[in-house]
Design a protein around this ligand. Structure first.
Ligand code: GRF
Length: 196
């Protein structure tokens, strides 16, 4: 199963995936490329350090999406890698309907809350502000709505007295680093089915 990873940030989830692959814990999945909309993003350096092809792709001028004229290039470059799965690992742009269709809906995203609670940006802060006692992370299929595609897997995190927002962030990210490679592995072996 060929996998492309897209991200905008430091790339700790990508690192967890690549390390799992190195440890032979990624089932039949093979990471064939890592792409970012941010030129200096840590995720590209992470990929580089694992010897994985990586590339900045220009998103255009929009702040929240990929510009229509740039999107065709993104799709073309990604399709060249013939991905069976696209993983959004901290990718901070909303993908369009045509982008989703170009990959036959085979796109997953990791979100740092137990969906459907706390969709959108600053999910960990949202959970913290609501003083919930359990949060966590979710891997879901990417559909047209924001953070609203079918849920694949979730990992809970307890918020203990004395935890800080920083501590909660660390706990959720540690949960992400376990959940995401596990889901990719299970998708690759068929233990988790692809969406119908
Ligand atoms: C993760 O917490 C992910 O859930 C959110 O952005 C963060 C990305 O972190 N969407 P990293 O770039 O993988 O370190």
């Amino acid at each position: 199963m060929k996998v492309c990873v897209l991200g905008s940030g430091r790339g700790s989830n990508c690192q967890a995936i690549l390390q799992a692959s190195l440890n032979k814990q990624l089932g039949l999945a093979q990471i064939v490329g890592v792409f970012s909309d941010v030129k200096e993003a840590g995720i590209l350096q992470v990929a580089q350090s694992y010897g994985i092809e990586n590339q900045f792709l220009d998103p255009g001028n929009s702040r929240s999406k990929i510009d229509e004229k740039n999107e065709a290039t993104w799709i073309e470059i990604l399709l060249r890698h013939q991905p069976d799965l696209i993983v959004l690992a901290g990718f901070m742009r909303i993908v369009s309907t045509s982008f989703i269709h170009a990959f036959d809906g085979r796109i997953i995203n990791i979100h740092p809350s137990i969906l459907p609670s706390f969709k959108g940006l600053k999910a960990i802060e949202q959970a913290w502000d609501h003083k919930v006692k359990i949060s966590g992370c979710t891997v879901h299929w990417v559909s047209e709505g924001i953070d609203s595609g079918a849920i694949i897997a979730q990992a809970p995190v307890r918020i203990m007295n004395g935890d800080s927002l920083t501590k909660l962030t660390q706990k959720i990210q540690a949960a992400e680093h376990m959940l995401l490679p596990w889901v990719i592995s299970d998708l690759s072996t068929g233990a988790i089915p692809f969406m119908q």
